[in-house]
Design a binder for this molecule. Structure first.
Ligand code: FAD
Length: 505
């Protein structure tokens, strides 16, 4: 088993580097983040002649977009019956239609620029393995009919394990997300858009245009800012308080070569444990992408168990599975399961956000780019109220957050009990633990050579306690999902600043 956690996409892409920002400058729009949302937004803006600069804290597309399973579908689990009940038919239709249009839009970009990104039209299937799930699928089928979506209910399945029923929609797709992103990066550079890597944004100043985007390497003055950095990094009260309204949830993927016959289609079941399946085809044949093992970030005692669960599944249902890739990542989850796309805060014009994709950011990312570029260019975006980030009051969000917060607080106590410094030897090689040290807690990791690395285990975003991730050897935030390496450097936001390191005496 590969333990590098490099995804198949990262392993099969020729990357290139973009220089960091070197000096203060001006532009029309700054896009923060070089994932699918940032790059596609910059594409739509620069093709319409809008001066745009992308600021990427690390390297483009090394975050969620590099770790996806890249299914392109509006079938985001069994959501439409639920949406019809909760937000009504009109908004459920908006959700469906914008995601459906995103597939068309993506195809248009790929075709127009002849982007070789392994795009393959595929049906998407929601499958049920027990009677309770069959009922959910039947209701989902009614919702599809009601919304005018052609779909196929089947009791037979080609999956190599028992399935009671499935619901298929056609003309969905799959692709190689990094081939798409890097090709688009080449295209937008030619249109005058500049990309700066290793330029982390620390703050945005101003409550109306022009804004000042403050980075580690300089400042940019601009008319519009698009916050496409996955989880927004603001921790103040002015910018929509997203830290009250979102948490992050991890999923795991195995890339498997097997001698079982590959099958067409993209599959996902309904309830936990989730098993998501689809094949990626390359010159070595078919690689099965098996996803699942989901849990809220920092909530699983032993993250390695998620990989194990998928591995067992592959051995049970596939012949001679050989695991070539293992990777995981997290995505942002909103209070109502609908992304936040549009003006970031109702009283700040010119500042936009796209986040909360609930692991469906391929289509949601494309539609975010369309909505936000329309807002910047024309001042409006039609039929997209369902995504309006202002749909919650801060009070509602805070109430919900407190519920979440209590859960987390319980976790702090149950799972994160520190040990005292005299018991340092209890920290095994390759393991991280919380330790009592001079009347406070510190996080200690022990490497293969027996060296200890200690950090202050509180997130630099809002101070929540960190938990050691046993699989990836990172310190993960129990509240909002920021992640730090064993030296305390930020590897995933919303945090922007490193952890304080401690020299153990
Ligand atoms: C295991 C897994 C499987 C998935 N499978 C699917 C799927 O099959 N289909 C689907 O539709 N979706 C899927 N998703 C979801 C999808 O991958 C994400 O929703 C999507 O990639 C998010 O894109 P993004 O551009 O918002 O974020 P990212 O790709 O994370 O890009 C954000 C960028 O912002 C940068 N950044 C962060 N903070 C700063 C800062 N302060 N300054 C500058 N830059 C910053 C980061 O370095 C990063 O490069 C999956 C997700 C996971 C975790």
């Amino acid at each position: 088993m590969d333990s590098s956690f490099k995804s198949y996409w990262q392993d099969t892409i020729k990357t290139r580097n973009f220089a960091p920002l070197q000096e203060n400058t001006r532009t029309n729009t700054v896009v923060i983040g070089g994932g699918i949302v940032g790059i596609t937004t910059a594409y739509l803006l620069s093709t319409q002649g809008v001066d745009t600069i992308i600021l990427e804290g690390g390297n483009i597309s090394t975050s969620a977009t590099a770790k996806t399973t890249a299914k392109i579908t509006f079938q985001h689990g069994a959501i439409y019956n639920d949406l019809m009940t909760r937000v009504g038919k009109e908004k459920a239709f908006q959700y469906l239609d914008t995601n459906r249009n995103a597939i068309t839009h993506l195809n248009k970009i790929i075709t127009e620029h002849k982007i070789a990104c392994d795009y393959k039209t595929q049906p998407a299937y929601l499958y049920a393995t027990n009677n309770k799930e069959v009922e959910i699928i039947e209701k989902e089928k009614e919702a599809y009919d009601n919304l005018g979506v052609a779909s196929f209910y089947q009791e037979k399945s080609i999956l190599p394990f028992p399935v009671k029923a499935s619901l298929a929609v056609t003309n969905q797709g799959q692709f190689h997300p990094l081939k798409y992103v890097y090709s688009l990066a080449d295209i937008i550079e030619k249109k005058g858009c500049t990309i700066h890597e290793n330029t982390r944004v620390l703050d945005i100043q101003g409550s109306k245009s022009p804004f000042k985007v403050i980075t580690e390497k300089g400042e940019i003055t601009c008319e519009n800012v698009v916050v496409a950095c996955h989880y927004p990094f603001f921790n103040d009260g002015k910018h929509g308080m997203y830290f009250f309204r979102m948490y992050q949830d991890r999923s795991y993927v195995l890339g498997i070569r097997t001698s079982s016959e590959p099958f067409d289609g993209m599959y996902i079941n309904i309830n936990n444990p989730i098993y998501s399946l689809r094949y990626q085809f390359d010159d070595k044949g078919a690689l099965l992408l098996l996803g699942g093992g989901n849990h809220r970030t920092a909530e699983k005692e032993d993250e390695k168990a998620s990989y194990k669960e998928l591995e067992l599944f592959s051995h049970k249902y596939f012949t001679n599975p050989e695991i070539n890739y293992t990777w995981s990542n997290q995505d942002c989850m909103t209070l109502d399961g609908i992304p936040y796309i549009g003006q970031m805060s109702s009283n700040i014009k010119g500042l936009y956000i796209a986040t909360g994709f609930k692991k469906w950011g391929m289509t949601s990312g494309i539609l975010s780019a369309k909505i936000i570029s329309d807002l910047i260019i024309t001042g409006e975006s039609l039929n997209t109220d369902v995504f309006n980030p202002a749909r919650f009051s801060v009070v509602d969000s805070a109430k919900n957050f407190i519920v979440n917060g209590l859960e987390i607080a319980e976790n702090f106590i149950m799972k994160l009990m520190p040990i005292s410094l005299e018991n340092l030897s209890e920290v095994k090689v390759g393991e991280g633990k919380l330790i009592d040290y001079k009347n406070s807690k510190i996080g200690v990791y022990r490497d293969e050579d027996g060296n200890y690395f200690a950090v202050v285990p509180h997130c630099t975003h809002l101070g929540c306690l960190l938990k050691f991730n046993t699989a990836e050897k990172t310190w993960d935030c129990t509240c909002h999902g920021s992640r730090f390496n064993i030296f305390g450097d930020v590897i995933e936001g919303p945090a922007t600043l490193p952890l304080k390191r401690i020299e153990l005496q």
